[in-house]
Design a protein around this ligand. Structure first.
Ligand SMILES: NC(=O)c1ccc[n+]([C@@H]2O[C@H](COP(=O)([O-])OP(=O)(O)OC[C@H]3O[C@@H](n4cnc5c(N)ncnc54)[C@H](O)[C@@H]3O)[C@@H](O)[C@H]2O)c1
Ligand SMILES: [Zn+2]
Ligand SMILES: [Zn+2]
Length: 369
C-alpha cells in the first residue's frame, strides 16, 4: 500500500497553499522516508508563493525541516530507522566539475534539477490521487507529513535537540551562521554589520559573535527585531527607518566603515548600504535575494577599494559536519534558537504563518506535525 500523507501544495503563485492528500512515489534504493516532525517557514518559500521566485507548479513547498527516519532503502547509507535528522537542501554528486572544486552548492546535477522542482535523481517523489506528479521545492517539499529523499539529504543529529528547533538549522540558521563561520573572513575584534534581522540575519549575528567579532551592528526596520538582536549579542542597533546605517557604520569606525557586512534583508537598499558601509579592503556577503529579473544599482565608488563582494547560498554548508555542530552548539548554550521561534502552528494554519512573515510579524513560524 503506497504511503499517503497530507502536504501543503502551491497550485498557482499569488494564491494560498492548499492542504492536499498526496501519495509517495516509489522510493529509489538510495532513498529514505522521513516522517517530518517540524518545518520552518522561510522567506524563500514566501518568494515562491508570491511569484518572485518562479518554479514549475504544482509544488510542495518547505525546505527547512527535521524529522525521524521511518524507512531506509537497501542502498541508502549513513542513516538508520529511528534516527533524528535535519534535512539538507543541497544534495550533490561529489564528482562533477564544481563538486571537485569544493563547491557542492554549484553541483552540476543540483543546478540542473533544482529549477525543474524534481529530486536529485530527476524524479518526482509525490503524486496526486489521479497519478499526476507534483514538484518539490529545493529537493525536499517538507511542508508535508512525509518526505521521500536521497539518504545524503537526511543528516543525523543528537536526539536531545527538539524538532522545532532542529528544523531551523536546515536553512535559516545554517545560512546565517555559516555565512559568518564558513564564508566571511571575520577576524577577532572585527566590526561586523548585519543588515536584516529575520531568522537568517539573527543567525548571522550569532555566527559573527562565535567568530570573535569585537562589535556587531544589527540593522532592521523593526524595533522588536532589534531588541531581540541585542539579546542575541548585537552591541549596537540601527533602525534604518530613522537612522542611516552607513553613517552609523562610519561613526563607530573612525570614518573607515565596518570590516564585514553580512546582508540578510533581501532589499536593493540593503545591498547598496552594504557596499557603502564596508571599509576599503573589507568584505560584503549578500545572503538575501530579490526577483532574479530585477536590476540593482550601486554608486560605482562604493565598489572600489579592493572590497570583496560575494553572494552566497546556504552559508557554505557542509551538512554532515555543520548540522551536528550547530545542534551541539544549541545544546551547549552557544547558539540561541528558542528566541527565533515566534509561533508554532498546525499544517492547516500555514497560510496564516505566511501572512505573518509577509507582514514582518514573525521571525520563524514552525509547523509542527
Ligand atoms: N542565501 C541563502 O541561502 C538564503 C537562505 C534563506 C533565505 N535567504 C534570503 O535571505 C533573506 C532573509 O531571509 P529570512 O527568512 O530571514 O527573511 P525575513 O523576512 O524573516 O527577514 C528579513 C528581515 O529584513 C528586514 N528588512 C527588510 N528590508 C530591510 C532594509 N531595507 N533594511 C534593513 N532591514 C530590512 C525585515 O524587517 C526582516 O526582519 C531573504 O531575502 C531570503 O530570500 C537566503
Ligand atoms: Zn530557506
Ligand atoms: Zn556535483
Amino acid at each position: 500500500m503506497p504511503l499517503q500523507y497530507r502536504a501543503a501544495v502551491l497550485r498557482q503563485s499569488g494564491t494560498p497553499l492548499s492542504i492536499e492528500q498526496v501519495t509517495a512515489g516509489d522510493p529509489a534504493p538510495t532513498d529514505v522516508v522521513v516522517r517530518v516532525r517540524a518545518a520552518g517557514l522561510c522567506h524563500t518559500d514566501l518568494e515562491v508563493i508570491d511569484g518572485s521566485l518562479r518554479y514549475p507548479l504544482p509544488m510542495i513547498l518547505g525546505h527547512e525541516a527535521a524529522g525521524v527516519v521511518e524507512r531506509v532503502g537497501a542502498e541508502a547509507g549513513n542513516v538508520s530507522v529511528g534516527d533524528h535528522v535535519i534535512l539538507s537542501w543541497n544534495p550533490h554528486c561529489g564528482h562533477c566539475f564544481q563538486c571537485d572544486r569544493g563547491q557542492p552548492i554549484l553541483c552540476d546535477t543540483y543546478l540542473g534539477e533544482g529549477p525543474r522542482g524534481l529530486h536529485f535523481d530527476g524524479r518526482s517523489k509525490a503524486n496526486f490521487a489521479d497519478g499526476s506528479a507534483l514538484q518539490h521545492l529545493m529537493f525536499l517539499g517538507a511542508f508535508a507529513e512525509y518526505c521521500v529523499l536521497p539518504a545524503q539529504q537526511a543528516i543525523v543529529v543528537p536526539t536531545e535537540i527538539p524538532f522545532d528547533r532542529a528544523c531551523l538549522i536546515g536553512c535559516g540558521v545554517m545560512t546565517g551562521v555559516g555565512a559568518a563561520l564558513n564564508i566571511a573572513d571575520i577576524a577577532h575584534g572585527d566590526t561586523v554589520m548585519v543588515i536584516g534581522c529575520g531568522a537568517v540575519g539573527l543567525a548571522a549575528l550569532q555566527g559573527a559573535v562565535m567568530a570573535g567579532a569585537g562589535a556587531v551592528i544589527a540593522v532592521d526596520l523593526d524595533d522588536a527585531k532589534l531588541s531581540l538582536a541585542t539579546k542575541l549579542g548585537a552591541t549596537h542597533t540601527v533602525n534604518a527607518r530613522s537612522q542611516d546605517p552607513v553613517e552609523f557604520a562610519r561613526s563607530v569606525t573612525s570614518g573607515r566603515g565596518v570590516d564585514v557586512v553580512l546582508e540578510a534583508a533581501g532589499h536593493p537598499s540593503a545591498f547598496r548600504q552594504s557596499t557603502e558601509a564596508v571599509r576599503v579592503g573589507g568584505e560584503v556577503i549578500w545572503l538575501g535575494k530579490i526577483d532574479v529579473a530585477n536590476d540593482v544599482s550601486f554608486r560605482w565608488g562604493s565598489l572600489m577599494g579592493e572590497k570583496r563582494l560575494r553572494r552566497s547560498s546556504y552559508g557554505g554548508a557542509r551538512p554532515l559536519r555543520d548540522f551536528p555542530y550547530l545542534a551541539r552548539a544549541y545544546l551547549d548554550g552557544r547558539l540561541q534558537l528558542d528566541e527565533l521561534i515566534t509561533a508554532r502552528m498546525k499544517l492547516e494554519d500555514i497560510n496564516r504563518g505566511f501572512d505573518d512573515l509577509r507582514a514582518g510579524r514573525s521571525i520563524r513560524t514552525v509547523i509542527e506535525f
